[in-house]
Design a protein. Structure first.
Length: 297
């Protein structure tokens, strides 16, 4: 029997890891998770650790290009050593799932159950002109999780759904807040999927400037100063995530398109990843701004 694979994709900060956490918290089966992160610090895998789950993590790029050989090896290792009832793959936000689907079709013993694309409703309201990667992610979806619907009104939601349907007429659109969804609607779908034609995989020119930088520190940060710093983030910074230790305690911090929040999380040091365009031009300013937030002890 072939092992089903659920592929979770979506642009930076849409809510992929939140959806994964919800799946892990509610599923009643033996599962394995393969995560791919964009950045030098593995943030997402630390967020979901502690669950009764087996995990293989891949870093340093997109599973569908620079790590193609490692990707296939990871799938085989999962099946041989863990033999799960379901494998969930969460891709980095700059991955194009058509190439991943093509790779999966050539791996023995697995089948793609469905592609779930998480879409940030608020980001689509602000940036309706999707880039190449964002369009491909929606085009290949069997299910579109339209997340963060609490941040837009009904009229805006209708327009956003119209944009999605203009790209993919067949995908089911499910509106969510914090990616809360009935698992019966997204798992065990066994969708018949046409394998995309093989192509030389390369990120579109528009996405080629996407890079990351990291910040680490064991000093506590002042929350008010950190918030002011985040409000002044350059527009090139699309996503920031990681752990912060404040005077008030430790938190998981999420920053997406200028919007941010803090969630209580057990961490013993600051570890942040910033993702965006032209990051080398902004790195010194960002690091200097963060150091100014540090408490002098």
């Amino acid at each position: 029997m072939k092992t089903p694979i659920t592929l979770i994709t979506g642009y930076l900060g849409a809510g992929k890891t939140t959806l994964l956490r919800n799946i892990l918290g509610s599923a009643d089966r033996k599962m394995a998770v393969l995560m791919n992160e964009f950045g030098k610090i593995a943030i997402d895998s630390k967020v979901v650790k502690g669950k009764d789950i087996d995990m293989i993590e891949m870093k340093g790029g997109c599973v569908c290009c620079s790590l193609t050989g490692e990707f296939e090896a990871a799938i085989k290792e999962i099946r041989e050593k863990i033999n799960p009832e379901l494998i969930v793959i969460e891709t980095t936000g700059v991955a194009e799932p058509d190439a991943i689907i093509g790779d999966l079709s050539e791996i023995d013993g697995v089948r793609l159950d469905a592609v779930i694309t998480v879409v940030d409703a608020d980001a689509m309201k602000k940036f309706p002109s999707l880039g190449f990667t964002g369009r491909v992610q929606i085009e290949m979806a069997d299910i579109v999780i339209l997340n963060k619907t609490d941040l837009v009104n009904d009229e805006e939601l209708a327009k956003i759904e119209g944009l999605i349907k203009g790209i993919n007429t067949k995908a089911e659109i499910i509106r969510t807040v914090n990616c809360k969804v009935d698992l019966d609607l997204i798992l065990d779908l066994n969708v018949a999927k046409k394998t995309p034609g093989k192509r030389e995989h390369d990120h579109h020119v528009e996405e080629s400037g996407m890079t990351s930088m990291a910040y680490r520190s064991e000093k506590k940060l002042r929350k008010s100063m950190l918030e002011d710093f985040l409000y002044s983030m350059p527009p090139d910074v699309i996503r920031a995530k990681g752990f912060v230790v404040l005077e008030e305690g430790s938190f998981l911090m999420n920053f997406v398109f200028g919007r941010f929040d803090f969630e209580k999380f057990d961490a013993d040091k600051n570890e942040l990843v910033f993702i965006g365009r032209n990051m080398k031009d902004h790195e010194d300013k960002i690091l200097d701004g963060l150091r100014k937030c540090e408490l002098i002890e």
